[in-house]
Write a protein that binds this ligand. Sequence first.
Ligand SMILES: NC(=O)c1ccc[n+]([C@@H]2O[C@H](COP(=O)([O-])OP(=O)(O)OC[C@H]3O[C@@H](n4cnc5c(N)ncnc54)[C@H](OP(=O)(O)O)[C@@H]3O)[C@@H](O)[C@H]2O)c1
Length: 271
Amino acid sequence: MTKLTDTYTLSNDLQIPKIGFGTWQIPANLAQKAVLNALDLGYRHIDTALVYQNEQEVGAGIQESNIKREEIFITSKLPAETKSYDQTLQDFETTMANLQLDYLDLYLIHAPWPWAQKGANYDQQNREVWQAMEEIYASRRVKAIGVSNFNVYDLQNILDVAQIKPMVNQIRYFIGNTENEITEFSQAYGMLVEAYSPLATDELLNNQQLQQLAKKYGVSLAQLAIQFCVQNGVLPLPKAIQRAHAANNAQLDFVIETTDMEQLNNFQKTI
Ligand SMILES: NC(=O)c1ccc[n+]([C@@H]2O[C@H](COP(=O)([O-])OP(=O)(O)OC[C@H]3O[C@@H](n4cnc5c(N)ncnc54)[C@H](OP(=O)(O)O)[C@@H]3O)[C@@H](O)[C@H]2O)c1
């Protein structure tokens, strides 16, 4: 049983709605409408990023909704390619201008390495970037800061020097891909784990075994996958261009039984 207005509490006491609306791969010309739909359906948490190239339209959707700013939780991300102090401050300004906001709720380092160099060592640069993130946080223009795609090693690198610990780690997380080591470490250090691609960017949705289980609860596989995240204490960020999908994902008035959660937590990775 999860409502869109239910919240988790971050380590700095900030409330964050338990379900976020993802906007990756929503083309700019569809993003304003998609965000407006989501807000109309009751979502109060929107996840975007400078690299998604739709921040302006996401911002426009938020404006058009006429919902009070303080009632919406908005996250954006520093490009993974940005690995210097100065560029971090600059990119943050670009994001704020795109979204047309006075403050952001959550700002994340998108990844520990530029996408083209996945796994490369950027330890020193990530520490420098984290200093800039702390400065932005101190300016009060963002209410919380965190990271994304960081493994235990990457997190430790930041924790070794952080004055302010990351409050969130956003990782790829879905049934069969629960990243237990990263999740447990993040949570042990007070970070909320956010599940990106909770439907495995839709690849999970054809799994027959999971479809059977969803049927037992009278829900869609998408609903099952989203509720699974919440029952594990993780914050799902489902994305949907289609309003019917966004509406379906918001209906979470069921509870997955403990034995089924155990089965799902031991589910063999298929993707
Ligand atoms: N930090 C990172 O590096 C990172 C990386 C990837 C994603 N993310 C975040 O996580 C969000 C979600 O991840 P994702 O975009 O990979 O996708 P996802 O939420 O796992 O899956 C989205 C796909 O599932 C479909 N869908 C949604 N609800 C459905 C339903 N009820 N029934 C059937 N199909 C449904 C969508 O279709 P339609 O769109 O056609 O409705 C879309 O094709 C992103 O948008 C982004 O905000 C972050």
